[in-house]
Design a protein around this ligand. Structure first.
Ligand code: BGC
Length: 596
């Protein structure tokens, strides 16, 4: 399914016009209860916003360094006015002594250039009133000014932390609120509640040695054909549980949210073969009446009104209309309107249900990270969100990297790096892309989507199920500065042969465990592709699931124009897409990062 880019280095370059501070404010979004503290200071600025319930809250803390560049790590401190007690933090580690809280950077966000921002956060308990802190200090300097200081801070850090934390907390909140308000959508549906653990995936994970270390993570349920609505006992790639069974099981688990992938457009997967769907290119009417309408009827059942239902809308579809119309089936889907009208219809129907949260698939940086694809993809998403009677308000957010392998953060290669005066954008791996990893791409694409007309409160999801890239092959520092290629290839943690490779990638590992509000503008890291489920068979395998054979899943294939005619890097002996691939699951666990 996920393929990549046709792109060019030329053309007008669209530039993001927002300042870091403006982006941070947009990033705080609409919250149930918001306390925004904008303390601009000689040295730093902190934007603090909370999402709270009766006895707890999560806080997004966006830190902007207005002073000299920070390279050795940072420490943020404040005092609470009440009895707030931090129970976990993300993108940072915390200590608390009485009312005094100290937050330190994570391994990957300890450097902050002048005017650079980083989004971190925490969860805490409280009783009584949850008053926001009034003063913050960054590396000893009080944050209280809005302009860049003319003098360097008087208290530069003398002891930067020598061991920045490497393992952010992996556990979901243990005391989620039990009754999220019904009828009104919250800003971030992932915050403060536990995710639904699909028992069918859990059983498969636990059939593998050591699988119980990860089997309690929420993964998405793929409604990949009409029959999946009722359950598919005879299918290799799905289980007997239907949509209602999953929703009932979610209620029984006391889950606060459950994730479903809406994935059955007419002419599905137009540029690849492994996940071609059951509906022909002209079967939009069937998509509406036999697929979306029954799903909406079930999701709209009042019984589920207190469950936040996440609907991930149609992986890979709209970007294919931007970059791959040289392929006949994609050209057909563009000219007959099947994708745009189908997505619009799904958004309108599901968006009419107050507790459904629609997230449109937005490919990944290695597909639409070039300006020639970036803006047009955002505009295509806005077009689809206005089709079939839908409005942009039906879109709660977007997801990137679904079922793909792009690294969340490249710790040793930044897109702004250059080697002996040559930009890393000229390396073979980056190939003039404007992004080198998913977090930077998702945050930037969010701003472009807002420019395309979407609400400034849209949130991004990133599928981190298989982008960990740990294990012994993981670089531990930058590559040699001989030239841009040695530098990028030696330092990149994404070990694929080419960023356009998408099928059962050798060497990949489980990525960040699912986590709410991990960074500014990001609603959650999620596991949408259930790890261990194949992307496609490595050779032709006759099957009753209608699954084709895409040579991008064949380890002996020498590639096509979309992966620069490189080897595929796919694992051998893979079953059809969606079927359990034991060897891959074991490798994903072995190469997990953070490690298990
Ligand atoms: C397959 C689906 C499967 C999904 C999740 C897709 O590539 O086509 O059948 O449910 O992956 O594994």
């Amino acid at each position: 399914m996920n393929l990549n880019s046709l792109h060019g280095a030329g053309g007008a370059r669209w530039r993001r016009g927002l300042t870091a501070a403006a982006a941070a404010l947009l990033g705080s979004g609409v919250v149930v209860v918001a306390a925004t503290q904008a303390n601009a200071a000689a040295g730093c600025r902190v934007d603090y916003s909370v999402n709270q319930w009766s006895n707890g809250f999560t806080a997004n803390v966006n830190i902007t360094n207005l002073g000299d560049p920070i390279s050795g790590g940072w420490t943020l401190e404040w005092d609470f006015a009440g009895n707030q007690a931090v129970t976990q933090s993300w993108s940072s580690t915390y200590t608390q002594s009485g009312r005094h809280v100290t937050l330190k950077n994570a391994s990957w966000n300890g450097s902050l250039a002048t005017n650079a921002s980083t989004g971190v956060g925490f969860q805490a308990t409280y009783s009584g009133t949850n008053t926001a802190p009034t003063s913050f200090r960054l590396n000893g300097t009080t944050c209280n000014g809005g302009t860049t200081p003319t003098n360097p801070p008087t208290n530069p850090p003398t002891n930067p932390p020598t061991n920045p934390p490497t393992n952010p907390p992996t556990n979901p909140p243990t005391n989620p609120p039990t009754n999220p308000p019904s009828g009104t959508r919250v800003d971030n549906p992932y915050v403060g509640v536990r995710g639904y653990v699909n028992p069918e995936w859990k059983a498969k994970a636990e059939s593998e040695p050591g699988g119980n270390r990860v089997s309690n993570n929420p993964t998405a349920v793929w409604l990949d054909r009409i029959a999946a609505i009722e359950g598919t006992p005879d299918s290799e790639s799905n289980g007997p549980m239907g949509l209602r069974d999953h929703l009932d099981a979610a209620l029984a688990q006391g889950a606060g949210y459950a994730q479903f992938v809406i994935y059955n457009l007419p002419g599905r997967d137009c540029s690849a073969l492994a996940s071609n769907g059951e509906l022909g290119v002209d079967e939009l009417p069937r998509y509406k009446s036999q697929y979306i309408d029954p799903i909406a009827a079930i999701m709209g059942d009042q019984k589920y009104r207190n469950l936040r239902i996440i609907a991930i809308i149609e992986i890979d579809s709209l970007p294919n209309l931007v970059t791959n119309t040289n392929i006949a089936k994609c050209a057909t889907m563009k000219s007959n309107g099947g994708y745009v009208d189908g997505v619009g219809y799904a958004l309108a129907k599901l968006g009419a249900i107050p507790n459904v949260y629609n997230y449109i698939d937005a490919a990944h940086h290695g597909w639409i990270g070039w300006d020639t694809n970036f803006g047009p993809s955002a505009d295509m998403m806005a077009t689809a969100a206005r089709a079939s009677g839908s409005t942009l308000n039906n879109v709660h957010g977007f997801i990137t990297n679904t079922a793909n392998y792009s690294a969340l953060v490249e710790p040793y290669v930044k897109i702004t790096d250059n080697v002996n005066g040559t930009s890393v954008r000229q390396s073979k791996w980056i190939d003039w892309n404007f992004y080198v990893d998913e977090l930077s791409f998702a945050q930037a694409f969010r701003q472009r989507l807002i420019q395309a007309g979407f609400s400034s409160s849209v949130g991004m999801l990133i599928d981190t199920s298989r982008n960990g890239w740990g294990g012994s092959a993981r670089p531990t520092g930058p590559g040699a500065t001989t030239n841009v290629d040695t530098y990028v290839n030696g330092g990149r943690i994404d070990r694929r042969i080419h960023p356009g490779n998408w099928c059962n990638q050798s060497g990949a590992g489980l990525g960040e465990r699912p986590k709410a509000a991990p960074a500014s503008g990001i609603d959650a890291y999620v596991w949408v592709k259930p790890p261990g489920e194949s992307d496609g068979s490595s050779r032709e395998i006759p099957n009753n699931d209608g699954k084709g054979f895409d040579r991008m899943c064949d380890p002996t294939y020498t590639g096509n124009e979309r992966n620069g005619n490189n080897m595929t890097g796919a694992l051998a002996n893979a079953p059809i897409s969606g079927a359990w691939f034991s060897a891959q699951f074991r490798e994903l666990m072995a190469n997990a990062y953070p490690p298990l």
